[in-house]
Design a binder for this molecule. Structure first.
Ligand SMILES: Nc1nc2[nH]cnc2c(=O)[nH]1
Ligand SMILES: [Zn+2]
Length: 444
């Protein structure tokens, strides 16, 4: 067993529903971890007195937070982060899809998979819902890389049968066969799960969405993810392609793909009826604010989602998003709501922490295991410990209170301020993390 001594902050209750007091902030707390699970939490002196023989890890020089949960990120897009200045469909054609085609090369895909998982955990993400590749071998490499590092990951083969370059297309039969094979190999293995992943309605026929529904229907515990209502031109095209659908969400819903195990990315331009359907089905929305800002997709109507009772969490949407760190997404979510003026939601630091952690765990059906640092949860955690002398280090020493400290972490924090990341009690970054084999200098 290990006894961690730290300032601990988490949000087992929802500050958006209950107000900023829902922030749980414990100065000089003791967290006792056995077999990766938190088995005691309280004032350090009390926990230490009850367990005098345990090894103590002193983390008082920083702040301990729950591991971040990224509910929307694309593995094949790591190397094209930074493609600024284009709207969605132009960006896809120019930046994303040519790079995604390169993952046909198994060696290239394996290298990118390792770079991706490494980048994700270094940013403090311990749980992620990941868009895989259009290629089964490359998606297999992603699962293997996540397993090697220990990332808690839900992912799947991305499937499409129209609109994209030929190299990225498949048929409904092949999609069914390859998805099923990957699902059978990886779903439920350690911390890995499978998600059915049609790219978006624009690139999938009704027959392909039927194939997706067949895989989803075969298992109770498999997940579904796709894109929704991101950009006005995209929405118009979907309307044209699915004349029988009442709206964009309906193009999925008509195939039984909108359930409490569905996570829909973006939803920047929803109709009232779509919000009703999302709420009544229990589906969640992955809000990706740096992506929405970079592509000029729009200002996310968070208030409308919350008023309708739709579950919302955060996603980085790399490579349209600007990096893997949920701290930056939290800050950008805050900015977007500010820019909405009276229509924006007042996102305080506690709400940002909730969106970056427990809200994601709830969206992924994992809130009994992760998302906060309560007794009984997995020890998935990040230790925010900036290098001495950095601006974050300086301002953290002058935080007025816990909320102010958290505000400073979201405002200034970057992956380089995250000193250690644990998944299920095991360090996956930091000094005691296993050293992965070196990457080749040049991709094959
Ligand atoms: N942001 C984003 N939207 C998409 N819609 C379909 N594919 C994508 C993608 O790769 N990124
Ligand atoms: Zn996306």
């Amino acid at each position: 067993m290990t006894l961690y001594r730290a300032t601990v902050m988490d949000t087992p209750r929802d500050p958006l529903a209950e107000g900023p007091d829902a922030l749980q902030a414990d100065a000089d707390a003791g967290l006792l971890v056995r077999d990766g699970v938190i088995c005691a939490r309280g004032p350090f002196a009390a926990v230490a007195a009850a367990h005098p023989e345990e090894e103590v890890v002193d983390l008082r020089a920083g702040v301990l937070l729950p591991g971040f949960v990224d509910t929307h990120v694309h593995y094949p897009q790591l190397r094209i982060i930074g493609g600024l200045g284009r709207p969605l469909l132009d960006w896809l054609t120019t930046c994303a899809l040519p790079e995604e085609a390169r993952l046909a090369d198994a060696a290239y895909a394996a290298t990118v998979a390792r770079e991706f998982v490494d980048g994700v955990v270094r940013a403090g993400t311990t749980t992620a819902l990941v868009f895989g590749s259009h290629f089964p071998g490359a998606t297999d490499a992603l699962f293997a890389a996540a397993e090697a590092v220990g990332l808690r990951m839900t992912a799947g083969l991305v499937v499409s049968d129209r609109f994209l370059p030929d190299a990225l297309l498949t048929t409904p039969d092949a999609a069914l066969a390859h998805s099923t094979a990957l699902l059978e190999k990886w779903h439920g293995r350690g911390r890995l799960r499978y998600a059915i992943t049609p790219r978006f309605s624009l690139s999938t026929s009704d027959a392909m969405l039927d194939a997706c529904a067949e895989v989803l229907g075969a298992r109770e515990d498999v997940w579904f993810t796709s894109h929704l209502n991101e950009n006005p031109t995209e929405i118009e095209e979907v309307r044209r392609l699915f004349p029988g659908a009442g709206h964009y969400l309906d193009s999925y819903d008509q195939h039984g793909l909108v359930t409490s195990r569905s996570v829909m990315a973006h939803n920047v331009h929803p109709t009232a009826h779509e919000l009703e359907v999302l709420a009544s089905s229990g589906a969640a929305v992955a809000h990706c604010p740096t992506s929405n800002s970079s592509l000029g997709s729009g200002l996310f109507p968070l208030a409308a989602h919350l008023d309708a009772g739709v579950r919302v969490a955060l996603g980085t949407d790399v490579g349209a998003g600007s990096g893997f760190c949920l701290l930056k997404e939290g800050l950008q979510a805050y900015f977007v709501q500010r820019l909405l003026g009276p229509h924006g939601v007042d996102l305080g630091p506690a709400a940002l922490l909730h969106l970056a952690t427990r809200a994601g765990a709830l969206a992924l059906g994992l809130a009994d295991e992760v998302g906060d640092l309560a007794v009984g949860k997995q020890f998935d955690a990040v230790w925010v410990r900036p290098q001495p002398g950095t601006t974050l280090d300086v301002v953290l020493r002058h935080g007025a209170d816990a909320t102010d400290t958290l505000a400073k972490i979201f405002t200034l924090g970057t992956p380089s301020d995250i000193a250690v990341v644990w998944v299920a009690g095991r360090a996956v970054t930091g000094p005691s993390a296993p050293v992965p084999p070196p990457l080749p200098l040049e991709a094959a």
